[in-house]
Ligand binder design. Structure first.
Ligand SMILES: C[S@@+](CC[C@H](N)C(=O)[O-])C[C@H]1O[C@@H](n2cnc3c(N)ncnc32)[C@H](O)[C@@H]1O
Length: 232
Protein backbone atom coordinates (compact mmCIF):
# COMPACT_ATOMS: atom_id res chain seq x y z
CA UNK A 1 0.00 0.00 0.00
CA UNK A 2 1.71 3.24 -1.10
CA UNK A 3 1.93 5.84 1.68
CA UNK A 4 1.02 8.93 -0.29
CA UNK A 5 0.71 12.21 1.56
CA UNK A 6 -2.87 13.48 1.58
CA UNK A 7 -3.69 17.16 1.58
CA UNK A 8 -5.50 18.89 4.40
CA UNK A 9 -7.40 21.76 2.86
CA UNK A 10 -8.87 23.43 5.92
CA UNK A 11 -8.15 27.15 6.33
CA UNK A 12 -5.87 28.17 9.21
CA UNK A 13 -7.86 28.66 12.42
CA UNK A 14 -8.36 32.09 13.92
CA UNK A 15 -5.30 33.65 15.59
CA UNK A 16 -6.93 33.38 19.04
CA UNK A 17 -7.40 29.63 18.57
CA UNK A 18 -3.75 29.20 17.64
CA UNK A 19 -2.67 31.32 20.60
CA UNK A 20 -4.68 29.16 22.99
CA UNK A 21 -3.99 25.71 21.61
CA UNK A 22 -0.73 25.81 19.65
CA UNK A 23 2.72 26.30 21.12
CA UNK A 24 5.44 26.77 18.53
CA UNK A 25 8.95 25.82 19.58
CA UNK A 26 11.87 26.64 17.33
CA UNK A 27 13.67 23.45 16.29
CA UNK A 28 16.85 25.44 15.82
CA UNK A 29 16.68 26.83 19.38
CA UNK A 30 15.75 23.41 20.75
CA UNK A 31 18.83 22.02 19.05
CA UNK A 32 21.27 24.75 20.07
CA UNK A 33 19.95 25.87 23.45
CA UNK A 34 17.34 23.50 24.93
CA UNK A 35 18.01 24.77 28.46
CA UNK A 36 16.29 28.07 27.67
CA UNK A 37 12.92 26.27 27.53
CA UNK A 38 11.02 25.40 30.70
CA UNK A 39 10.59 21.68 31.34
CA UNK A 40 7.27 20.31 30.19
CA UNK A 41 5.12 19.86 33.28
CA UNK A 42 1.52 20.39 34.32
CA UNK A 43 2.65 23.23 36.58
CA UNK A 44 4.54 25.16 33.90
CA UNK A 45 2.29 24.42 30.92
CA UNK A 46 -1.19 24.19 32.48
CA UNK A 47 -0.82 25.94 35.85
CA UNK A 48 -2.08 22.94 37.84
CA UNK A 49 -0.81 19.63 39.18
CA UNK A 50 -2.99 17.26 37.14
CA UNK A 51 -1.54 14.10 35.58
CA UNK A 52 -0.20 14.61 32.08
CA UNK A 53 -0.23 12.42 28.94
CA UNK A 54 1.59 12.94 25.66
CA UNK A 55 1.03 11.90 22.05
CA UNK A 56 4.07 11.89 19.79
CA UNK A 57 3.03 12.67 16.21
CA UNK A 58 -0.52 13.66 17.17
CA UNK A 59 -1.51 14.45 13.58
CA UNK A 60 -4.96 16.01 13.24
CA UNK A 61 -5.73 15.45 16.93
CA UNK A 62 -8.91 13.28 16.89
CA UNK A 63 -7.56 10.67 19.30
CA UNK A 64 -6.07 13.13 21.82
CA UNK A 65 -9.08 15.49 21.78
CA UNK A 66 -11.38 12.54 22.51
CA UNK A 67 -9.22 11.60 25.51
CA UNK A 68 -9.17 15.23 26.71
CA UNK A 69 -12.98 15.41 26.52
CA UNK A 70 -13.37 12.21 28.48
CA UNK A 71 -10.78 13.06 31.14
CA UNK A 72 -10.98 16.76 32.05
CA UNK A 73 -8.80 16.14 35.13
CA UNK A 74 -5.83 15.08 32.98
CA UNK A 75 -3.65 17.33 30.81
CA UNK A 76 -2.81 16.27 27.25
CA UNK A 77 0.05 17.37 25.02
CA UNK A 78 0.23 16.54 21.31
CA UNK A 79 3.47 17.07 19.43
CA UNK A 80 3.83 17.21 15.67
CA UNK A 81 5.93 18.80 12.95
CA UNK A 82 3.21 19.21 10.32
CA UNK A 83 1.67 22.69 10.35
CA UNK A 84 -1.67 21.89 8.73
CA UNK A 85 -2.26 18.87 10.95
CA UNK A 86 -1.50 21.04 13.98
CA UNK A 87 -3.95 23.69 12.75
CA UNK A 88 -6.60 21.02 12.33
CA UNK A 89 -5.91 19.68 15.84
CA UNK A 90 -6.09 23.19 17.37
CA UNK A 91 -9.41 23.88 15.61
CA UNK A 92 -10.80 20.57 16.89
CA UNK A 93 -9.73 21.34 20.48
CA UNK A 94 -11.33 24.77 20.17
CA UNK A 95 -14.59 23.33 18.81
CA UNK A 96 -14.89 21.37 22.08
CA UNK A 97 -13.70 24.35 24.18
CA UNK A 98 -11.11 22.07 25.80
CA UNK A 99 -9.04 23.54 28.63
CA UNK A 100 -6.74 20.59 29.22
CA UNK A 101 -4.92 20.18 25.91
CA UNK A 102 -2.13 21.89 24.00
CA UNK A 103 -0.52 21.02 20.68
CA UNK A 104 3.16 21.69 20.16
CA UNK A 105 4.87 22.39 16.88
CA UNK A 106 8.31 20.82 17.26
CA UNK A 107 10.44 17.83 16.35
CA UNK A 108 9.92 15.44 19.28
CA UNK A 109 13.48 14.16 19.01
CA UNK A 110 14.68 17.66 19.92
CA UNK A 111 12.33 17.86 22.89
CA UNK A 112 13.99 15.18 25.01
CA UNK A 113 15.74 17.75 27.26
CA UNK A 114 12.31 19.26 28.03
CA UNK A 115 10.90 16.02 29.43
CA UNK A 116 10.92 16.17 33.21
CA UNK A 117 11.70 12.88 35.02
CA UNK A 118 8.58 11.03 36.19
CA UNK A 119 6.22 13.65 34.78
CA UNK A 120 4.07 11.67 32.32
CA UNK A 121 1.42 9.06 33.01
CA UNK A 122 1.13 7.84 29.45
CA UNK A 123 2.87 8.30 26.09
CA UNK A 124 1.17 7.38 22.81
CA UNK A 125 3.07 6.68 19.60
CA UNK A 126 0.31 5.81 17.16
CA UNK A 127 0.94 5.23 13.46
CA UNK A 128 4.46 6.70 13.45
CA UNK A 129 5.82 7.32 9.95
CA UNK A 130 7.61 4.08 8.97
CA UNK A 131 10.07 5.97 6.72
CA UNK A 132 10.50 2.88 4.60
CA UNK A 133 13.29 4.21 2.38
CA UNK A 134 16.68 3.31 3.83
CA UNK A 135 17.99 6.88 3.52
CA UNK A 136 15.11 8.12 5.73
CA UNK A 137 15.37 5.40 8.41
CA UNK A 138 17.15 7.78 10.78
CA UNK A 139 13.95 9.87 10.88
CA UNK A 140 12.12 7.11 12.70
CA UNK A 141 11.04 8.08 16.20
CA UNK A 142 11.06 4.66 17.87
CA UNK A 143 14.61 3.76 18.91
CA UNK A 144 16.66 2.76 21.97
CA UNK A 145 17.08 6.48 22.73
CA UNK A 146 13.31 6.99 22.50
CA UNK A 147 12.75 4.13 24.97
CA UNK A 148 15.35 5.60 27.34
CA UNK A 149 13.83 9.07 27.24
CA UNK A 150 10.23 7.91 27.57
CA UNK A 151 11.19 5.56 30.40
CA UNK A 152 12.84 8.44 32.26
CA UNK A 153 9.82 10.72 31.72
CA UNK A 154 7.14 8.23 32.80
CA UNK A 155 5.93 7.86 36.36
CA UNK A 156 6.33 4.35 37.89
CA UNK A 157 3.76 2.09 36.19
CA UNK A 158 3.33 4.72 33.47
CA UNK A 159 2.36 3.37 30.02
CA UNK A 160 3.75 3.59 26.51
CA UNK A 161 1.21 2.69 23.80
CA UNK A 162 2.57 1.90 20.32
CA UNK A 163 0.52 0.97 17.30
CA UNK A 164 0.68 0.86 13.54
CA UNK A 165 -0.72 -0.92 10.52
CA UNK A 166 2.82 -1.35 9.11
CA UNK A 167 3.75 -4.94 9.99
CA UNK A 168 7.53 -4.84 9.35
CA UNK A 169 7.96 -1.64 11.38
CA UNK A 170 5.66 -2.99 14.09
CA UNK A 171 7.76 -6.12 14.61
CA UNK A 172 11.00 -4.14 14.57
CA UNK A 173 9.61 -1.90 17.33
CA UNK A 174 8.26 -4.86 19.28
CA UNK A 175 11.59 -6.71 19.15
CA UNK A 176 13.48 -3.63 20.30
CA UNK A 177 11.04 -3.16 23.19
CA UNK A 178 11.25 -6.81 24.20
CA UNK A 179 15.04 -6.63 24.55
CA UNK A 180 14.60 -3.88 27.14
CA UNK A 181 14.07 -5.36 30.61
CA UNK A 182 12.75 -2.19 32.20
CA UNK A 183 9.24 -2.76 30.85
CA UNK A 184 6.45 -5.26 31.23
CA UNK A 185 3.54 -5.69 28.85
CA UNK A 186 0.09 -4.30 29.56
CA UNK A 187 -1.54 -7.37 27.96
CA UNK A 188 -1.25 -11.13 28.27
CA UNK A 189 -0.55 -11.80 24.58
CA UNK A 190 2.67 -10.79 22.89
CA UNK A 191 0.78 -8.03 21.06
CA UNK A 192 -2.79 -7.02 20.37
CA UNK A 193 -4.66 -6.82 17.07
CA UNK A 194 -7.23 -4.03 16.86
CA UNK A 195 -7.87 -1.00 19.02
CA UNK A 196 -11.26 0.53 19.79
CA UNK A 197 -10.64 3.95 21.35
CA UNK A 198 -13.31 6.61 21.90
CA UNK A 199 -12.26 8.19 18.64
CA UNK A 200 -10.09 6.58 16.00
CA UNK A 201 -7.34 8.75 14.61
CA UNK A 202 -7.25 9.80 10.99
CA UNK A 203 -4.60 7.19 10.18
CA UNK A 204 -6.28 4.37 12.06
CA UNK A 205 -9.47 5.04 10.08
CA UNK A 206 -7.54 5.30 6.85
CA UNK A 207 -5.65 2.03 7.13
CA UNK A 208 -8.62 0.10 8.50
CA UNK A 209 -10.65 1.32 5.49
CA UNK A 210 -7.95 -0.31 3.37
CA UNK A 211 -8.38 -3.55 5.32
CA UNK A 212 -5.07 -3.28 7.22
CA UNK A 213 -5.17 -4.49 10.80
CA UNK A 214 -4.04 -2.21 13.61
CA UNK A 215 -1.23 -3.88 15.58
CA UNK A 216 -0.57 -2.61 19.09
CA UNK A 217 1.59 -3.19 22.13
CA UNK A 218 1.54 -1.43 25.45
CA UNK A 219 4.55 -1.24 27.74
CA UNK A 220 4.39 -0.55 31.45
CA UNK A 221 7.35 1.06 33.21
CA UNK A 222 8.13 -1.83 35.51
CA UNK A 223 11.49 -0.87 36.94
CA UNK A 224 13.22 2.36 37.92
CA UNK A 225 16.52 1.18 36.38
CA UNK A 226 17.90 3.62 33.85
CA UNK A 227 19.73 1.04 31.73
CA UNK A 228 18.09 -1.36 29.29
CA UNK A 229 19.60 -4.45 30.89
CA UNK A 230 17.94 -3.38 34.12
CA UNK A 231 21.19 -2.99 36.15
CA UNK A 232 22.09 0.48 37.38
C1 LIG B 1 1.21 8.77 10.03
S1 LIG B 1 0.94 10.22 10.96
C2 LIG B 1 -0.02 9.63 12.34
C3 LIG B 1 -0.75 10.75 13.03
C4 LIG B 1 -1.68 10.32 14.18
N1 LIG B 1 -0.94 9.70 15.26
C5 LIG B 1 -2.76 9.40 13.69
O1 LIG B 1 -2.82 8.25 14.16
O2 LIG B 1 -3.54 9.83 12.82
C6 LIG B 1 2.53 10.47 11.73
C7 LIG B 1 2.66 11.86 12.32
O3 LIG B 1 3.91 11.98 12.96
C8 LIG B 1 4.41 13.29 12.72
N2 LIG B 1 5.87 13.27 12.94
C9 LIG B 1 6.81 12.66 12.17
N3 LIG B 1 8.05 12.86 12.69
C10 LIG B 1 7.88 13.62 13.81
C11 LIG B 1 8.77 14.16 14.78
N4 LIG B 1 10.10 13.96 14.69
N5 LIG B 1 8.26 14.89 15.80
C12 LIG B 1 6.92 15.09 15.89
N6 LIG B 1 6.03 14.61 14.99
C13 LIG B 1 6.49 13.88 13.98
C14 LIG B 1 3.98 13.56 11.28
O4 LIG B 1 3.98 14.94 10.97
C15 LIG B 1 2.60 12.97 11.26
O5 LIG B 1 1.59 13.89 11.61
Amino acid sequence: MPRRKTRLNAAAPHEQVLEKYLLKLSNSELFHDPERFPKMSSASWFGNDHPMELEVGSGTGEFLCALARKEPGTNFVGIDVHKKSLHNAAALASSFALRNIVFVSADFKLMYPLLAPQSLHCVYLHFPDPNVKRKFRNRRIFSERFLDEVHRALVPNGRLSVMTDHRPYFFEMLQLAERDQRWSKGHADRYVVGFEPLAKSRFQLRWERHGLATLRFELIKASAASTRGGIE
